[in-house]
Design a protein around this ligand. Sequence first.
Ligand code: NAP
Length: 366
Amino acid sequence: MSLALRSSLRLAALRSQFRPSTISIARPVSFSPIRNMSVPTTMKAVVVEQTGGPEVLQYKTSYPVPTPKEGQLLIRNNISGVNYIDTYFRTGLYASPKPEILGREGAGTVVALGPNTSGFEIGDRVAWLATGGYAEYTAAPAEKTVKIPEGVSDEDIMASFLSGLTTLAFATETYAVQKGDWVLVHAAAGGAGFLLTQILKNIGAKVIGTAGGPEKCALVKSLGADVVIDYRSEEGKGWVKLVKEATGGRGVDVVYDSVGKDTWEGSLEAVKRKGTIIWFGNASGPVPPIALPKLSPKCVKIARPTLFGYIETREEFEFYTNKLFSMLQSGALKVKIHKVYPLEDIAQVHNDLEGRKTTGKPLLKP
Ligand SMILES: NC(=O)c1ccc[n+]([C@@H]2O[C@H](COP(=O)([O-])OP(=O)(O)OC[C@H]3O[C@@H](n4cnc5c(N)ncnc54)[C@H](OP(=O)(O)O)[C@@H]3O)[C@@H](O)[C@H]2O)c1
């Protein structure tokens, strides 16, 4: 958004405090502390009423715009991120109340303030983490919303927000990767993998990336990965052996495995004695319950983290968002947008993600 537009939005917000009649009010707010910009009563949104395949994603053109409640901001989304986790909520692998508007992140403009949202103004350009991104408007918690600094575009932040915060936290807190560590990253050309590979190379780790197909492998190589394995090729199907060879028979210090069902056993084999496995996703299906004695022979540590466990407090959230913003501003982290899809094409996005057709991050234009 241009500087001029931002300052005119700020002015409009200021004026609304003194001359409310000059601002277009979308719904009665007579005794409410909410101050509105011009907000329609209905919006375009994608709603899931029951779990299932991509066909359950229903595109609606006149869905009610949410009213921001206590601690919420109403945000007009300029762009939203699509993450693999959205497919878990769609299929029911992860439980969530339905009907639901999927989409865990968005970037756009604050258009109304709910009670107790100090620190934000109407017109602020922000990114948020919550639910409801497959829509023109989202009522997001101010606690999980952050102003986007100058020099970072809405697209850049959506290509790196949920996935970037996740991979930063997992590479520094779940296991603090050290310079010289051997690290195995599965699905290294995906939304999370593309960022994780760069973060690891910035730390000075030696990265072995797996990816499906020569195009994806070339992308991972371009990020500086030391070894790249096409785990869908004939040779690459024996990726455990290739990992062992690359590490002089020792195995890797840590595995980042978001593929799950198809790779978990190989990951357990590929990790070194006293190594760590971080299982953080289910792209091919969940890791089955495993018997703890399986970890004994090599004294392996396992972790099953989620991003939200690392950004629960405002302090933690700001710590990681500031880290991410500075990496984007300095160029230490590059983003890759697979494609920006119109909102009505959401089923196609899910098909492409689950069909392993994407590299980097798919975005949605509400
Ligand atoms: N725990 C957390 O807090 C957290 C946060 C963010 C993301 N995640 C997890 O991180 C993973 C990546 O998320 P993302 O949004 O960035 O997705 P993504 O990596 O862009 O897409 C998933 C990738 O997984 C690979 N894959 C392997 N087997 C697959 C299969 N049977 N079906 C589909 N894909 C398969 C594919 O890459 P290839 O073709 O190269 O194999 C595919 O492109 C997901 O598992 C997600 O749940 C977890």
